[in-house]
Design a protein around this ligand. Structure first.
Ligand SMILES: Nc1ncnc2c1ncn2[C@@H]1O[C@H](COP(=O)(O)OP(=O)(O)O)[C@@H](O)[C@H]1O
Ligand SMILES: [Mg+2]
Length: 267
């Protein structure tokens, strides 16, 4: 990077440049960086996980056929509108229809009230699916798409700590999501977060970073205007649930039986 010129066109000789700022003795001028939060976040996100990604389309992701799952969808729609506790966990065996319901809810929230904050569909086919370092930046990116007025504060968070993407999940969540939302003056309506396929996350380690992630999300986000929808196989749910119960987090549970055999679920 070359130094800027002064008004008279001469090069300043004692300039050093650090993280976008030009220091001139004890004077510095902010370098003009016109990049938006979306542009700053983009290299750090996973583009394949949102409900409307091209990868999901290629996987054949579908919404519920008309006339199916009507009762369960009505129940979840009431929940997305604010009824019941802020966390909903849909669980059932592989093939029971969880992802299809999650896809339906994500699409309805996005296309109807436009209150989908974030959707993340874990999939074994997704090459980056176990790269959780991209999870929070992906969340922040999608959130800014839904709430464009967050752009400035998210951009400042990245500029003030360009290493934010290498920080802990909790730090990233605080800096890229919680603080920008809390700094907003306008009151936001409830927004919906859809996280599907927690069981499809593959772990190389014995330790489960995914459980930490879920725990952070529940603990950090339930104080904000989010309603969080998780879908997974029951084992993952049972593994994780004991942690939250210690923290008095209320969760709406919806068990789902096999779609092929029961065709629909009546709750
Ligand atoms: N309500 C539904 N309408 C149409 N197809 C469905 C429905 N529920 C499930 N399916 C189909 O059944 C298969 C398994 O559903 P999926 O949602 O992937 O299950 P899970 O996520 O529980 O493993 C998919 O091919 C999906 O398209
Ligand atoms: Mg699934």
């Amino acid at each position: 990077m070359s130094g800027p010129t002064g008004h008279n066109g001469n090069y300043y000789s004692n300039i050093h440049i650090s993280e976008g700022k030009h220091y001139l003795g004890n004077f510095y001028a902010q370098e003009k960086d016109a990049r938006s939060a979306l542009e700053l976040l983009k290299p750090h996100i996973n583009e394949n996980v949102s409900y409307n990604s091209s990868e999901r389309e290629q996987e054949g992701a579908s919404i519920c056929q008309p006339g199916t799952r009507e009762r369960i969808l009505t129940k979840i729609q009431k929940w997305t509108a604010g009824e019941g506790p802020p966390v909903l966990w849909l669980y059932g065996p592989a093939g029971a229809g969880k992802s299809t319901i999650a896809q339906t809810i994500a699409e309805q929230c996005d296309k109807g009230p436009k209150n989908l904050a974030f959707s993340y569909f874990f999939s074994r086919r997704n090459a980056n699916q176990s790269d959780l370092t991209r999870f929070i930046p992906t969340f922040a990116y999608q959130l800014v798409l839904t709430v464009p007025s967050l752009d400035t504060s998210v951009r400042e968070a990245v500029r003030s700590d360009p290493s934010i993407f290498a920080r802990s999940l909790e730090t990233q969540a605080q800096e890229l999501i919680v603080k920008p939302l809390k700094a907003m003056t306008e009151q936001l309506p409830f927004m919906v977060v859809v996280i599907d396929g927690l069981d499809e996350y593959s772990e190389d380690d014995e330790k489960c970073p995914l459980e930490d992630l879920v725990f952070i999300l529940i603990r950090v986000l339930t104080g904000l205007p989010f309603r969080i929808f998780f879908a997974s196989r029951p084992e993952r749910y049972i593994d994780a649930i004991s942690k939250y119960q210690q923290h008095n987090v209320k969760i709406m549970e919806i068990p789902l039986s096999d779609w092929e055999t029961s065709h629909d679920v009546f709750l």
